[in-house]
Write a protein that binds this ligand. Structure first.
Ligand code: SF4
Length: 354
């Protein structure tokens, strides 16, 4: 065994206890994707021999499921692990531990896709797609937009040039772009139009699940609403399932069926949309909702805003990770990590107060 292989084996050994090889998924028929105890750690190497000295625990054991045709949002501050969780779920990152179950297009059955490789992984890539935050950064500036939208079809072996061309024109019309623009380059479009190109590219292969990673955060407010309406129209038309990553709670409230709140790599609360906004149970969720500005100076003046920054995911606080900023912290919070528990039907939260 080479030194590198040996080191990898040692690095992953600690996490094997969180990967459940023999677990049987017990999802209901309407669930498309579910993850169980998902972990993603990024090792930090250093010292004289480049050995592993620590881990960035970006995602540290989260579980959730998304029903087909619904939108599940992950919210939280920057550094909470939302984007890493989404990218791990769709296998852009390999998970460090846990399981990812996906209802496959070809069989209609759940499959643990955590370790699939080769052709099987390629076929999964057709079923899950992503729309990125920065449309200009995610589109190749050197090729015309028609080729950008066509590219996934070439990668996935759609051989007929005419078929591909027809599909590009169809997709451009669906997302509200004029087909005669297909020879233009991305810098010739506005920000909103570029995001439409990103959406057309994501949908060209008829995916089941689309991750919208802060897909509207970089756009002007008026353009944001156009893109949100487009995403909702497309969801209805193609029965799409969305995993929506955002920090703007107004957008999340408008888009989501269910919401998970993340803090420092952990889920602290999850609930259906109306329940979370009307009855937030976790002090962190309450603080997030409290931070939303309201047009009343008196209310704004008396608001209690959480102070400080999110701690480092390399060395998270003991017990409850939110304890260093929690206004309701107790002695137990320092020593015992609160577990997620159901506080009412479909409403879960992790806090010793509950
Ligand atoms: Fe606050 Fe303790 Fe609840 Fe954590 S467990 S959110 S520190 S009260």
């Amino acid at each position: 065994m080479s030194k590198k292989e040996k080191m990898t084996e040692i690095e992953t050994k600690d996490y094997l206890d969180v990967r459940h090889e023999d677990i049987e998924p017990t999802f209901s028929d309407d669930v498309l994707v579910g993850c169980h105890n998902l972990h993603k750690y990024f090792p930090i190497h250093g010292g004289l021999f480049g050995a592993k000295i620590a881990d960035v625990r970006a995602v540290d054991g989260i579980s959730f499921e998304i029903k087909k045709g619904e939108t599940h949002s992950l919210v939280g501050e920057s550094g909470a692990g939302k984007t890493t969780a989404a990218k791990t779920l769709i296998r852009l990152y390999d998970s460090t531990g846990g399981n990812i179950y996906f209802r496959r297009q070809k069989t209609g059955l759940f499959e643990d896709v955590t370790k699939i490789k080769g052709e099987d992984l390629r076929s999964l890539r057709k079923e899950v797609q992503i729309v990125f935050q920065d449309p200009s950064g995610s589109l190749n500036p050197r090729i015309p937009v028609g080729d950008i939208i066509e590219e996934p079809m070439i990668v996935h072996g759609i051989k007929s040039k005419n078929e591909r061309k027809d599909r590009v024109v169809e997709m451009m019309k669906i997302v509200g772009l004029r087909p005669e623009y297909l020879k233009r380059y991305q810098h010739e479009f506005s920000g909103g139009q570029r995001q439409r190109i990103g959406i057309a590219r994501a949908l060209v292969l008829n995916p089941e699940l689309v991750v919208c990673d802060e897909a509207v955060s970089a756009l002007d407010v008026s353009i944001q609403s156009q893109i949100i309406n487009l995403l909702q129209r497309l969801q209805e038309k193609f029965s799409l399932t969305y995993l929506f990553i955002a920090h703007d709670l107004a957008v999340v409230r408008h888009m989501s069926d269910t919401i998970g709140v993340m803090y420092l790599g952990k889920l602290v609360e999850s609930a259906p949309n109306a329940v979370l906004f009307n009855n937030p149970a976790h002090p962190y969720t309450q603080a997030l909702l409290n931070a939303v500005p309201v047009p009343d100076p008196e209310i704004e003046h008396n608001k209690k805003i959480i102070m400080g920054d999110i701690p480092s995911p390399i060395n998270p606080p003991s017990g409850c990770r939110f304890r260093t900023r929690c206004p309701k912290v107790m002695d137990i919070c320092k020593v015992e990590e609160p577990k997620m528990k159901e506080i009412e039907p479909r409403h879960m939260a992790a806090c010793h107060l509950l």
